[in-house]
Each structure stands twice: as C-alpha cells, then as structure tokens.
Design a protein around this ligand. Structure first.
Ligand code: SF4
Length: 710
C-alpha cells in the first residue's frame, strides 16, 4: 500500500518540511512540502536523498548487554532492570547527554528523568559544541538565547552579513533564500569567512580574516560605523545601556589597526560596516520602511577559546546599528542539528529548567508542584566538563541518548581514554557507533520516521514529526524507553512512577507546554490545524512570533559588552606544526557521518576526507591535487585526499569533521575551551601535512578507540 506522511527533515536546523512516500512500509522516496513556511518547497540533497539510513540493515534491533566483555542481545526487561539497578548506585556521580536529533518530547522526558529520578542537573546536549557561546552572549546582552528573526527576514533584508558559516554546505535551504534575496531584490551581501565559501561569489564584500581574529573584525566594523556617524542614536538611547563604556574600548584602535590585526583590507572593512549599518533599500521595500540588515553567524564564530567574546562583538554591532525588532532585521546564530533549538527549549541544559527558566525557588516550585517531588537547584555540569570530570571521578556513570561523543568531542584519543574509565555507560541510539561500542548497555531507539513528536527549527518554529513506517526490530521512541526505565527506578527514590506514564507524545508535549511559558499556546491540535507555530506563543489565541524584541528585550535594555581581541587561539602554528587547521562540514555528510555514511548516494559524492590546502603550501610540500595526504597534530593524525585551492588562506587547511575510512578531524582538534561556555576550540589548532608515503600505509586514521573489556 502506498502512503504519504508529512513530516520534518531530521538533518539540519533549517527544519524543512518533507513528505515521506512509502510502499508496503518501506520508504520509497522523500519529496518537499510546498506548504511548509520554513522551506517553501525546497529541500537539499540530504533531506531529499539522505533518509535511507532509517531502514538500513545496520540498525540496532534489540537491546544489547555486555557479558564476558562482549555486547550481546538481551530482552528489554533484562536490559532496563540492569540499567535501573546500576544507575541507582550512581546518583551524585552521573551525567547525561540528550540528543538534538530527537524530538522535543524525547528531550523533555529525558531532562525530567535526570532531574527527578537521578537528582541532578547534569544534562546537556550538542549545543555545548556549537552555539553555547552565542546563547551565553545573547542571554547576557538581550535576555534570550534564541534566533531573533525568521527566514523570511533574509528575503526582506536590505543587507545580509554572513559571518563564520557556510550556508551552502550546512544550511542549504537558507542559502537558497539568501541567494534569492540577492538575485531578486538586490539585497547587499557581506561574507566574512577565512575560507572562500560559495556564497562569497555573490558578495558585495568578501572579507577573509585570519582565523581567530573575529573580535578585531567586528570591533573594526563598529569603529568604522562610529567614525562615519552611522550608528542608530535613537535606538541606542531608547533601547540599550553600556554604550559609552563599550565605545571607549572600540575607540582604542583605528579601523586600519583592526584591519591589520585580522589581515583584511581596511577599505573593504569600512564598506562592509557601511552596508550593514545603513544599507541602500532593497528592491520593493515599502517607502515608509527603514532598510534593515540581518546578521547570521555559525560555528566559525563560536568554536574558539574566545567564542563568547566573538558573539558579544557581533551582538554589539546589531545594537549599534539598531537592526533588531523590525522586519528584515535580526540576529541568527544558525543552529546545526534539526532540534538543537528544541532540545534546549525542553530543558536539556545544565543551567536552567525548560524554557530557560532559572532555578529560582518560585520557578522550581512550579515544577515540583507538577511533578510531586523535589528537583535540584544547583546548576549542573556542562557536557565538555562532564567528559573531563570522568578523570576526577565526579562523573562515573553516563546515559547518552542519540549522540556519538567519540566522534564529536575534540581530541578523540583523550576523550576515548576518559570514556573507557566510566564505571557504567548506557548508550541509546539507532546504530552501534563508536561510543556505543564502549557501552555496558545499548538500547535501540527508533528514528524520526518511526514515531510522533515535534522538532523546533532555527526560526523557533515548532513542527510536527509523524510516524511514517513501522518501528525497526524492537526499537522504541526515546521517551518511551526513558519512561519505562524511570518507572522501574522511581519507587526507589521517592518519585511517583505515574510521572512517567504518558500515553502519547501529545501528552508529553501538553505537559511541556504547560510548564514552559513561551510554548503554552501550542498544542498538537493547533499544529495539526495550522502547521508549525513560532514561539513565543503564550496563549491558544496567540498567532506565534515572527521576530523578537519589537518593543523591548527580555532583560529590559539591550546591553553593550566591551570585548578586546585576545590571542587568536590556544595553539598556534610553530616549526613542528606550521599550518592552522580549520574544521567544518561538507554538504553531503551530516556531522560525524553516523547517518550519512549509511546512505550510498551521499557516500558516492564524498567517500574520503577532503583536506583543502592552499596552492602555495601544497607546492612547498610537494602535494598535488588528489594526492593522498597525512595530517598530524600533537594529538593524532588522519589520512585524507588533497584538494588544492586558493579558497583557503595560505597557511591554513580545512578538514570537515565527518569520519570516513577511519579518518576524522577530531583526532586532531584541541580540547581547549572557551569561558564561560566551555565550547572546545574546534576551529583552530596547529597541524602539519605531508604527502602520504608508501611506508605510511598503516596510517588509516587517528588514534584507535578500542572497546572496553570488562
Ligand atoms: Fe534538511 Fe537542512 Fe537540507 Fe532542509 S536544508 S532539507 S532541513 S538538511
């Protein structure tokens, strides 16, 4: 029988609408959904062709329990009884990673289990590795950690400034909407990236700063705006605080000095500043509307040891130019995974409750009243610190849902050593990936196509995910597994098992919406009737919110935060490791590749790790385009295929972090962290590159991650 199921793409944070076509319970193809307002009938190659991972023969079909050192099939009762018994011993030394690929409902139940049953706020997710500095900075300066605008604002902006991200590879449908703005409406485009990305070919200004100099670049733009009197004085006076102290810091250097610090042309820096602050009106802009600019950034800004400073410097620009709270304006930290916004909204972060609500007594009391038990009030440990604190014994047991930290953590050899030291590790996922291979118990979860739920995309739009095919093997929805586990443990810790007796995903969502003010007006009934709804949506008659900050900021006034350029990175090139490694993504793979390596159509496009290197460096090293090369850092090595192009700066190499043929960039990256976000410095470390020699034939990747034998 043929069926069509309208759902949401499970890959990136754009959240495109998809239609899953099935015949006799097999997925036959995936089409776009023209009615979806986020994607408007567009899909990228991953959304259209990447879904076969759902029914791949590698899927986990039964629970696995380690016996005699080997993971062996077990019944659900056997596996969950074991997990329940062991985790009760580790309350107080426990941490959990949630999944930004799972649904809001999965995330909400997981944080409830961690807080209520395990008695800790040690829960976090991959936002720690992508946009935690953006969230930290936005919370300090504005009082909210969300993208302020919608994708439609890119099409209505008069200028787009795209910093430290590559939308064509990472958010392709957003890239299409940006290109539409440039091509159809004459929107000005400024691209800032150490790598010449595809979008740069359409840019009015392309700035290619030295890696790690983002504060200098943003402060240079601010200085240029101030020099030319282009700031929005009315906005600054009415809506902000801290301007004079911030201005004094920016005025410490000239535009020329800032430009020199980041290695760009000062005239181009001034032009970029002019276009951002006072763009010429795009075609078709109503005469009574002030031209606006959107500022979008990615992990090129955040994944540095001064990532939070970088984000502050960009938000200062938005406050200076007054480009917030109107159509065609706003700030967008482009979110990586499909539900990274929702996973944070649902409370899977260590420093706040669902809806980013603080651990204040009055707030906590509402949760305790609803859940009939106490919850911890101390902030928990952040994801990267949970891993580091395995070494100190503060974390001895972990429960990891839908994440593969042994591909996503920096310095993988170091991370692997730490994970092997855990007393007890539970992994719940679709595949037996690198982290699952180390687990004591592996629990088979079902994919987005086998369950109901919701994802929240980068423009805060809550959208339905619908079951399209039967579950593979004995797999279950993440929230169902956790509820089953929680009911086994609850009586031992004074919690009512009925707190985990939801009948459906809709039941879970209803509880989350009730406890989360910005979601309170959203229900499954409304989502069925109206399609996706953007939060804040505080009441059932509220239409949802296209852009934030029209009248005020959640903290009251927007706050300028002075920042100065620090050392570009924790590790810089030297005689032994003379090149800078920059990591990122490729269009055809999804992050570490756990899903897309199982899609032949995508693997056919990129089957080896590309190592992009400047022609001058390649010539000096005797490397030709297409040569097999070895990249080494102080922490590990990988083998890849040289791509020689001047798209990267001389002295830099770019390697995506997908794992292919046992090679992965995170064997090389540095576990140095930003404060206060604790994001690792994925974007800069020192490496050397050599042409692979015959005697290197044993080099198939980074440091091996051996299984635990217990
Ligand atoms: Fe999926 Fe993102 Fe591609 Fe849209 S742009 S189809 S959400 S991967």
């Amino acid at each position: 029988m043929e069926r069509k199921t309208v759902s949401t793409c499970p890959f990136c944070g754009v959240g495109c609408g998809i239609v899953v076509h099935t015949r006799d319970d097999r997925i036959t193809w995936v089409d776009d959904d023209p009615a979806n307002p986020s994607s408007r009938g567009m899909l990228c190659v991953k959304g259209r062709f990447g879904i076969p991972f759902v029914q791949h023969p590698d899927r986990l079909t039964t629970p696995l329990v380690r016996r005699d050192g080997e993971l062996q099939p077990a019944s659900w009762d056997e596996a969950l009884d074991l997990v329940a018994e062991r985790l009760l011993d580790y309350r107080g030394a426990f941490g959990s990673f949630a999944s930004a690929k799972a649904t809001n409902e999965d995330a909400f139940v997981q944080q409830k289990f961690v807080r209520l049953v395990m008695g800790t706020n040690n829960i976090d997710h991959c936002t720690r590795l992508c946009h935690s500095p953006s969230v930290e900075a936005m919370l300090v300066q504005l009082g909210s950690g969300a993208t302020s605008n919608s994708y439609i604002d890119y099409e209505e902006a008069s200028c787009l400034v795209v910093v430290g991200c590559d939308p064509d590879s990472n958010h392709p449908v957003i890239a299409s909407r940006m290109r539409k703005a440039v091509d159809d409406y004459g929107t000005k485009l400024v691209v800032v990236n150490p790598k010449r990305i595809d979008l740069a070919s359409r840019a009015d200004v392309f700035l290619q700063p030295a890696p790690g100099t983002d504060v200098a670049l943003s402060n240079g733009m601010a200085r240029a705006i101030l020099d030319e009197g282009l700031e929005d004085r009315g906005f600054i006076a009415a809506r902000t605080e801290g301007f004079e102290a911030w201005r004094a810091v920016v005025m410490e250097r000239t535009v020329e000095e800032y430009a020199q610090a980041c290695g760009v042309d000062p005239h181009a820096l001034r032009l970029a500043a002019r276009l951002y602050a006072r763009p010429p009106a795009r075609r078709g802009l109503p005469a009574d509307e002030r031209p606006g600019s959107c500022l979008a950034w990615g992990m090129g800004i955040t994944q540095h040891t001064h990532g939070t400073d970088n984000a502050h410097a960009l938000i200062n620009l938005a406050l200076l130019a007054g480009h917030l709270g109107r159509p065609g304006c706003g700030i967008s930290p482009l979110r990586g995974q499909n539900n990274v916004q929702g996973c944070g909204d649902a409370g899977c972060i260590p420093d706040s409750l669902p809806g980013y609500q603080p651990y204040r007594d009055d707030v906590a009391a509402r949760f305790e009243e609803a859940w009939h038990a106490g919850i911890p009030r101390e902030p928990g440990i952040k994801a990267t610190d949970m891993v580091e604190r395995i070494a100190t014994g503060e974390i001895r047991a972990m429960y990891i849902v839908g994440e593969n930290p042994l591909l996503s953590e920096p310095n993988l050899a170091h991370a692997g050593d730490l994970f092997r030291r855990l007393d007890f590790l539970v992994v719940q996922d679709l595949f037996l990936h690198e982290t699952a291979e180390l687990a004591d118990v592996v629990l088979p979860a079902c994919s987005f196509a086998e369950k109901d739920g919701t994802f929240t995309n980068s423009e805060r739009r809550v959208q339905r995910v619908r079951q399209a095919v039967p579950r593979v093997g004995q797999s279950r929805a993440d929230w169902e597994i956790i509820c089953d586990l929680a009911r086994r443990m609850a009586p031992h810790v004074g919690v009512d098992p009925g707190q985990f007796a939801y009948r459906s995903a809709a039941d879970v969502f209803a509880e989350m919406a009730w406890l989360t003010p910005q979601l309170r007006g959203i229900s499954y009934e409304r989502l069925e009737r109206e399609g996706g709804i953007q939060w804040p949506c505080p009441s059932p008659d509220h239409p949802g919110t296209r852009y934030l900050y029209a009248e005020s900021f959640p903290r009251g006034l927007g706050k300028f935060v002075p920042v100065r350029q620090a050392a570009p990175a924790a590790e810089l090139p030297d005689a032994d490791y003379p090149l800078i490694l920059n990591t990122g993504r490729v269009l055809y793979h999804w992050h570490g590749g756990t899903l897309t390596r199982r899609v032949q159509a995508l693997l056919d496009q990129v089957s080896e790790v590309p190592v992009t290197i400047h022609p001058g460096d390649a010539e000096r090293l005797g490397i030709a385009d297409g040569d097999e090369v070895v990249v080494r850092s102080r922490r590990g090595r990988l083998t890849g295929r040289a791509v020689v192009t001047d798209a990267v700066r001389a002295g830099s190499v770019f390697v995506p972090f997908v794992k292919l043929r046992e090679s992965a960039a995170n064997f090389l990256t540095n576990n140095a962290y930003d404060e206060p976000s604790r994001i690792p410095e994925y974007k800069v470390c020192a490496v050397r590159v050599e042409k692979k020699r015959p005697r290197d034939s044993a080099l198939t990747g980074g440091q091996p991650t051996a299984s635990r034998d217990r």
